[in-house]
Design a binder for this molecule. Structure first.
Ligand SMILES: *[C@@H]1O[C@H](CO)[C@@H](O)[C@H](O)[C@H]1NC(C)=O
Ligand SMILES: *[C@@H]1O[C@H](CO)[C@@H](O)[C@H](O)[C@H]1NC(C)=O
Ligand SMILES: *[C@@H]1O[C@H](CO)[C@@H](O)[C@H](O)[C@H]1NC(C)=O
Ligand SMILES: *[C@@H]1O[C@H](CO)[C@@H](O)[C@H](O)[C@H]1NC(C)=O
Ligand SMILES: *[C@@H]1O[C@H](CO)[C@@H](O)[C@H](O)[C@H]1NC(C)=O
Ligand SMILES: *[C@@H]1O[C@H](CO)[C@@H](O)[C@H](O)[C@H]1NC(C)=O
Ligand SMILES: *[C@@H]1O[C@H](CO)[C@@H](O)[C@H](O)[C@H]1NC(C)=O
Ligand SMILES: *[C@@H]1O[C@H](CO)[C@@H](O)[C@H](O)[C@H]1NC(C)=O
Ligand SMILES: *[C@@H]1O[C@H](CO)[C@@H](O)[C@H](O)[C@H]1NC(C)=O
Length: 449
């Protein structure tokens, strides 16, 4: 029986100050600082009562003496335009979560999985909830500019990074109707079969929605109904007729999301929206793969020199490890993607096996943290700082794609999404092993600023 461990990464305030100085004064990447300034300790924790308390903390990286923990937030009063009429009060709690999910130091490393999905969901709920007063599900261009700016200012005032629009590719146009012809709540409700839509989406099964697409299909149907209205309206406004239908359906999905967010409690709406966006999150590998010439040169030809090949492989993977935290399912996608690229470059031998590459090698190091595949948030408390959940999954070997097989889809019932205890039972195949490990060795990563 293996023991759970709590890895705690501590970065004291001094280092954070150094980090900001370094950002201003050099081209030094913040991650270099994160990597070098991390104090990693193995801590026994009350969360894991089976662990003997006799073992005292063992610093693994005694680079810096631990320092008193300092709260990272120093709320500042945001400078608001005064021109945005959205009801920020209605999403106060969600915005608090968003500012922690998008904490300045971590925003770019959590962007893809935690920060941006939460930020986008919050904007949808903000507009949805405000529609109860305004009766409209979209902002015009002028309002959108002011409201997005105010939204960001409030988050920054609570400790979020000040470049979230850039990190999350959010523009004022994302708060408008774009090419969707319907924004008025009454028109929406007379166009869409709202009882069908609501029944499908009032709550979703985050485990199965990505494959069964019950809510997603209902949203698509509703969006198509809205988009068709463009033809009725095209005589009034030529611009509607210009957009092509698939773009318009896509833009209308955003309107449907906002309508749902107006009918649900904000916390319920959040669960639905994060569950939906999570389907897209886990389908991809968000990492950028740099040029592979180093590996292909060292590992080609039946791998004559294993040391050279694995050195090249490690060096390559270490570049990937600077990019971001990824989920366990994304790591599977990344392993498959890199494996296929290597195979295309005539590396047929399983170099993952040869060089002991594991799934967590694809995620941000030193922590080796793979985020759970289900939506999660970072949390903050005064004593421990910012924390988020990891599936450490001690060294699950990265699966080498088999040349004959089509890439495994996580919707194939023989492949199971990790981190889902209920779904694990009765599953067979290579992923069952993975699930069991995930469930048994859930770790908590504490990033303390
Ligand atoms: C926090 O903000 C207050 C008021 O804005 C300021 O006086 C104080 O120096 C700030 N503390 C830190 C640690 O930045
Ligand atoms: C804003 O939302 C809050 C909470 O939902 C609500 O109590 C309040 O009446 C709303 N304010 C306005 C101006 O509609
Ligand atoms: C959000 O955070 C602010 C400042 O930390 C706090 O005053 C407020 O009560 C929080 N609101 C909610 C709804 O949690
Ligand atoms: C945008 O909406 C606001 C508030 O509804 C309104 O005052 C303003 O005139 C509108 N601007 C444009 C360009 O339609
Ligand atoms: C914002 O809109 C642009 C197009 O205007 C789109 O490419 C982008 O994906 C949108 N961002 C989000 C988060 O929806
Ligand atoms: C919505 O769809 C349901 C099931 O198809 C149907 O029974 C109901 O009459 C429809 N409602 C409207 C308003 O069209
Ligand atoms: C294998 O590669 C390593 C590192 O590049 C090198 O030091 C070693 O001499 C090589 N061995 C052979 C047998 O070529
Ligand atoms: C892979 O090997 C085949 C056959 O040996 C060769 O034709 C092809 O050019 C090689 N591809 C690369 C990318 O080296
Ligand atoms: C599911 O995966 C199994 C084993 O990998 C494969 O044999 C089967 O054809 C797949 N089914 C579908 C529907 O892709």
């Amino acid at each position: 029986m293996r023991r759970g461990e709590v890895h705690s990464l501590s970065i004291n305030l001094l280092i954070v100050l150094l980090l900001f100085l370094s950002l201003h004064e050099s081209s030094c990447s913040p991650l270099v600082y994160l990597r070098n300034s991390v104090i990693m300790e193995t801590r026994r924790d009350a969360l894991f009562p089976e662990i003997s308390p006799s073992t005292s903390p063992q610093p693994l990286f005694p680079l810096l003496a631990p320092s008193p923990l300092t709260p990272f937030t120093n709320s500042t009063v945001p400078k608001l335009s005064g021109l945005c009429t959205l009801n920020f009060t209605a999403v106060e709690s969600m915005m608090n979560t968003t500012s922690i999910d998008c904490t300045s130091v971590f925003a770019q490393f959590l962007a893809n999985v935690i920060c941006c999905p939460q930020l986008e969901a919050t904007l949808v709920v903000l507009i949805g909830q405000s529609s109860k007063d305004t009766n409209t599900l979209a902002l015009n261009g002028t309002q959108a500019k002011h409201c997005l700016s105010d939204f960001e200012q409030i988050l920054v005032g609570q400790g979020a990074g000040d470049n979230l629009q850039q990190i999350c590719s959010i523009r004022p146009s994302n708060l408008t109707a774009a090419s969707c012809p319907i924004t008025d709540v009454n028109e929406f409700e007379s166009t869409v079969n709202t009882s069908v839509l609501f029944a499908a989406c009032e709550k979703i099964d985050v485990v199965n929605e990505c494959c069964e697409q019950i809510c997603q299909n209902a949203i698509s149907d509703a969006a198509r109904m809205l988009a068709l209205k463009a033809y009725d309206l095209s005589s009034m406004d030529g611009s509607h007729a210009l957009s092509d239908q698939s773009t318009r359906v896509n833009d209308c999905k955003g309107i449907v999301h906002r309508w749902l967010a107006s009918k649900l409690e904000p916390s319920r709406a959040k669960d639905v929206l994060r569950g939906l966006s999570n389907c897209h999150v886990n389908k991809v590998c968000p990492l950028v793969f740099p040029n592979m010439n180093g590996i292909t040169a060292a590992c080609r030809d039946g791998i004559k020199n294993r040391t050279a090949c694995c050195n090249a492989m490690e060096s390559y993977v270490s570049h990937l490890q600077k990019q971001s935290f990824i989920t366990n399912l994304q790591a599977l996608n990344c392993a498959a993607l890199l494996g296929r690229k290597l195979q295309k470059a005539n590396i047929t031998e399983n170099v993952y096996n040869l060089c002991r590459i594991s799934l967590k090698d694809f995620s941000l190091q030193e922590s080796g943290c793979l985020l759970p595949s289900l939506p999660s948030d970072a949390t903050f408390d005064q004593s421990s700082g910012v924390s988020f959940l990891c599936d450490l999954n001690d060294n699950i070997p990265a699966p080498w794609p088999s040349a004959s097989q089509i890439p495994a889809s996580s919707c194939n019932k023989t492949v199971k999404i990790p981190a889902l205890p209920a779904a694990a039972s009765g599953q067979s195949g290579k992923y069952a092993h993975y699930v069991v490990l995930t469930v048994n060795f859930m770790h908590m990563l504490l990033l303390v600023v």
